[in-house]
Write a protein that binds this ligand. Structure first.
Ligand SMILES: Cc1cc2nc3c(=O)[nH]c(=O)nc-3n(C[C@H](O)[C@H](O)[C@H](O)COP(=O)(O)OP(=O)(O)OC[C@H]3O[C@@H](n4cnc5c(N)ncnc54)[C@H](O)[C@@H]3O)c2cc1C
Length: 474
């Protein structure tokens, strides 16, 4: 019997296991190694807070590319959504914890062993994978932090995002209760009283999560959110049918040409009294292909010059969340500050957030509680995660050209040494960001989870056209 070890039991790892079970036609053993976040839920869907909503409408959140309506149908099995009309349910932004129930439920259904016809037996091991020892062409041995090693014929890395990187000075705050280094942990169980000031580092999706939680808990103190550009995510809206800005004519385009075409498209949309974000939405099914065709220099230029705006437009938030943020701004509870965070230091009565403000010298904002919402650490070559530093040292994986993840082939095989694909090591999920750019959300991950399962089973992956399954444009 072949053993497949999956490192990471969030959406990507769980769905890879589910697809292995769906497609295996000979006996297999799957071992999912997961630690840190709840199995089946991972970072995003491990939240227990009702106010944390999906930032993708229900119609686009099926876990299966070959069953695009699966999530909406699953929602129908819950009495709380039973009475909603189809067109209403499809457009709803469901609480993320319910999505966690969905993924966990799929794991129970497919991996729980209830189906006597299943060719797969599955085991979940609560532990951290810290290393992989190669066994030539015969797979590898996954070394765990606590338990004995696991021998496997194939190993899938589905470890998700790295935790947020530290900021200058933050290491000294590691045991300071006034500083939260990881916003995906339960910081909200102990918040200061209403007369205090909470400072959020970042103004993206995680900062939004924090703000809505504070409001949901009825916390009435002052909040300051700081980021370089001071841009908050935009509100979701239902778009219109619109032709894509980049013709699908097989031509390779430079970044300069792409920027010009997209800007022209935005202008056309404005002239038609439409939201220019539609230009970015329409590109979604082709973003990976366009990114791959850019040179490393162009990708770097994109990251420094355009990525912040791209992210703000692309990663939008549900209407009710946007309303809550707008209310917080309107009533003066929330202030957005645009500045580069220079360093953090422990003051006597508060945490000092030092900002670089150019000519006027550094400014300091004092927070009674400071939460790092600057997003996952991007750079990989200096990863503090033992698994990756060990894989790099052994030459079993290497950072991609952008140093934002690890390098892979089109079939998700990890590249070893100079250019050889590994015969047993695969990777999916956010660690492919440097290679694919658009690889963090369910609409892309479900396809990866299915394709990699079929590749590992030595079957020809069925590719579902994203255009057929996903209404990206509307
Ligand atoms: C707060 C938040 C909200 C989001 N909301 C949405 C949304 O609404 N819609 C959407 O499409 N996408 C959303 N996303 C994107 C999200 O990244 C993906 O949808 C998806 O959850 C990623 O799953 P993953 O399994 O790749 O990673 P993760 O969910 O991070 O899971 C990885 C798992 O592997 C574990 N792990 C890591 N290393 C090891 C190791 N060495 N040994 C053992 N275990 C390990 C981790 O602890 C974790 O449990 C959101 C992301 C975040 C962070």
């Amino acid at each position: 019997m072949q053993t497949i070890a999956i490192i990471g039991g969030g959406f990507s790892g769980t769905l890879a296991a589910v697809n292995l079970t769906r497609f295996a036609n000979s006996p297999h053993r799957i071992v999912i190694i997961n630690s840190g976040r709840p199995f089946g839920r991972g970072t995003a869907y491990g939240t227990t807070r009702d106010e944390h909503l999906l930032n993708v409408a229900a119609r686009n959140m099926s876990a299966f590319p070959d069953h695009p309506n699966h999530f909406v149908e699953w929602l129908r099995s819950r009495c709380d959504f039973d009475n909603l009309k189809d067109e209403v349910l499809r457009e709803k932004f469901i609480p993320r914890r319910i999505y966690g129930d969905y993924v966990r439920g799929l794991a129970t259904h497919y991996l729980g062993g209830a189906d006597p016809r299943s060719q797969v037996e599955c085991q979940v091991v609560e532990d951290s994978a810290i290393d992989i020892e190669p066994r030539g062409q015969n797979g590898g041995i996954v070394v765990l932090a606590q338990r004995g090693p696991i021998e496997a014929n194939a190993i899938l890395l589905a470890t998700g995002n790295q935790p947020p990187s530290g900021l200058p000075g933050s290491a000294k705050l590691a045991s300071d209760r006034r500083y939260c280094a990881n916003p995906w942990m339960n910081w909200h169980e102990e918040i200061p009283s209403d007369d205090k000031h909470i400072v959020i580092l970042g103004t993206g999706l995680t900062a939004v999560d924090v703000i809505v939680t504070l409001r949901n808990k009825g916390w009435n103190g002052k909040i300051t959110a700081i980021s370089r550009n001071g841009i908050l995510p935009q509100r979701h809206f239902r778009g219109i049918e619109w032709p894509t800005a980049i013709p699908d004519d097989g031509q390779t385009r430079t970044l300069k040409e792409l920027v010009k075409l997209i800007r022209q498209d935005c202008e056309r949309l404005r002239n038609a009294s439409q939201n220019p974000a539609i230009a970015v939405d329409k590109l979604r099914s082709r973003t990976q292909e366009l990114w791959r065709a850019l040179s490393v220099e162009e990708k770097r230029l994109f990251l420094t010059k355009y990525a912040a705006d791209w992210n703000a437009i692309r990663h939008r938030i549900a209407g009710p969340i946007h309303d809550a943020i707008t209310d917080a701004l309107d009533c003066g509870q929330l202030t957005i500050t645009s500045a580069r965070i220079e360093s953090l230091a422990a003051g006597e009565s508060s945490i000092e957030v030092r900002l670089a403000t150019g000519e006027n010298g550094p400014a300091v904002i004092n927070g009674d509680f400071v939460i790092n919402c600057t997003g996952p650490k991007s750079r990989f070559s200096d990863s503090q995660i033992p698994l990756y530093s060990n894989l790099f040292n052994r030459g079993l994986a290497k950072p991609d050209g952008m140093d934002m993840g690890i390098e892979i082939t089109d079939d998700f095989a990890v590249i070893v040494g100079d250019s050889l694909p590994s015969s047993c090591l695969y990777a999916i999920g956010p660690i492919l960001k440097g290679t694919l750019w658009e690889t963090v959300a369910v609409p892309e991950l479900r396809q990866q989870a299915m394709s990699v399962a079929q590749t590992i089973l030595k079957q020809k992956p069925i590719r579902w056209s994203t255009q057929d399954t996903i209404e990206y444009c509307i």
